[in-house]
Design a protein. Structure first.
Lengths: 163, 209
């Protein structure tokens, strides 16, 4: 690739941060994964082939960096199920936001990942499957199951927006 | 069936998008962090920023060697970045840190408080005779001018008057490498990348017009 990398940060920075946040939660871990992802991408950028899907490439790197962060987290024995009190520092800390973060954190890893990569990263299920393993159909089912769990948790809050 | 699922998924997906939405300030903070990491890792091949000046907005770009490009807004900032990407490296980030000294010295120059630049320069965008001419130009003192013919003689190639002209016209470091101090033998302006108005403004600033 010989486009200026700055354009990549502008174009894909926000969606990759969404992905990192969805997978890791809205705190410093997501920032760490984002920064490590773009540092690695900057380094490898000149060697990336011109017809590569940049977003899929970035999400693949982000997936690996997020796993690194999780591995580090586990090594330092910080409980994953409990989001820190500061979880909702972004935007207005509405109770609903906090509940959805918690529900997202409770999903099985694979469901949370496929939801992040497909809905927030915008990758087709074939690309998602290439990152998380398994078939595209399996990724589609995992995303559907995950969304279903989130819907169940939020059935009452979402009733208004459903019709 | 797919449509039904999409309809049912849509509210929760909107909720997720809203939830994870980054603010401009958060993205800026992360960008700065990336700049520091890349600079430390030695993978920030080209850092650039833009500064305002009396002759319009200027783009400044530097490699690890030194200042590599000064560009006028009229050259098209996007095209300048694309060109740096091809000729130097696509590992380019907006990063004002590396350009701090250049920006400050330009500010002092335009304020009339500086008559010479003391910056590491990277001449890699020019080769051969052009680079030789461009390396000569900083020897023309502030407030003084030379003709294309004189420059040709001084670089040891008195017949290369046209080539001196094109070396000045393709100067990748205008203002800092003072190609504006080179005029025609009859005293008329000749050309300038930033436009003749800019050339006149610089010469007036230096009281040499």
């Amino acid at each position: 690739m010989n486009r200026p990398f700055e354009l990549v940060v502008t174009e894909h920075g926000p969606s990759v941060l969404r992905v990192c946040r969805a997978v890791l939660g809205p705190h410093a871990d997501a920032d760490d994964a984002w920064a490590e992802t773009f540092l690695a991408a900057l380094t490898a950028w000149p060697g990336l082939s011109a017809d590569a899907n940049v977003e899929a490439w970035l999400v693949t790197i982000a997936h690996r960096k997020a796993l690194d962060v999780i591995r580090n987290r586990q090594r330092h024995a910080v409980p994953v199920e409990h989001l820190p009190e500061t979880a909702s520092t972004i935007g207005v800390p509405e109770a609903t936001d906090h509940d959805l973060w918690a529900a997202l954190a409770r999903l099985p890893d694979k469901q949370r990942q496929v939801i992040a990569y497909h809905y927030l990263g915008g990758l087709p299920y074939a690309e998602v499957a290439a990152i998380v393993g398994g078939t595209a159909d399996a990724s589609r089912r995992a995303a559907s199951d995950g969304i279903q769990s989130l819907r169940t948790t939020f059935a009452s809050e979402l009733k208004g927006s459903l019709q | 069936m797919n449509t039904t699922i999409d309809d049912r998924e849509q509210p929760i997906v909107s909720e997720l998008l809203h939830l994870t939405d980054p603010s401009p300030a958060e993205l800026e903070g992360l960008h700065r962090r990336l700049e520091v990491l890349a600079n430390t890792a030695g993978t920030l091949d080209v850092a650039y920023t833009t500064v305002d000046s009396p002759i319009g907005r200027l783009l400044l770009a530097a490699t690890e060697v030194g200042l590599v490009r000064v560009a006028f807004e009229s050259e098209g900032l996007e095209q300048v970045l694309e060109s740096l990407s091809h000729k130097v490296s696509p590992r380019i980030l907006s990063s004002a840190g590396r350009l701090e000294a250049a920006a400050r010295q330009l500010d002092e120059y335009f304020g009339g408080d500086r008559t010479a630049f003391d910056l590491p320069l990277d001449y890699r965008l020019s080769g051969g005779f052009r680079q030789m001419v461009q390396r000569h130009l900083p020897q023309i003192a502030y407030g003084h001018t030379q003709s294309y013919r004189e420059v040709a003689e001084l670089v040891g190639n008195p017949k290369a008057i046209r080539a001196v002209g094109s070396a000045c016209a393709t100067n990748p470091l205008p203002v800092v490498v003072p190609c504006h101090r080179v005029l025609r033998s009859d005293g008329s302006l000749g050309g300038y990348i930033g436009g003749l108005e800019a050339k006149t403004a610089l010469l007036t600033l230096e009281h040499a017009a």
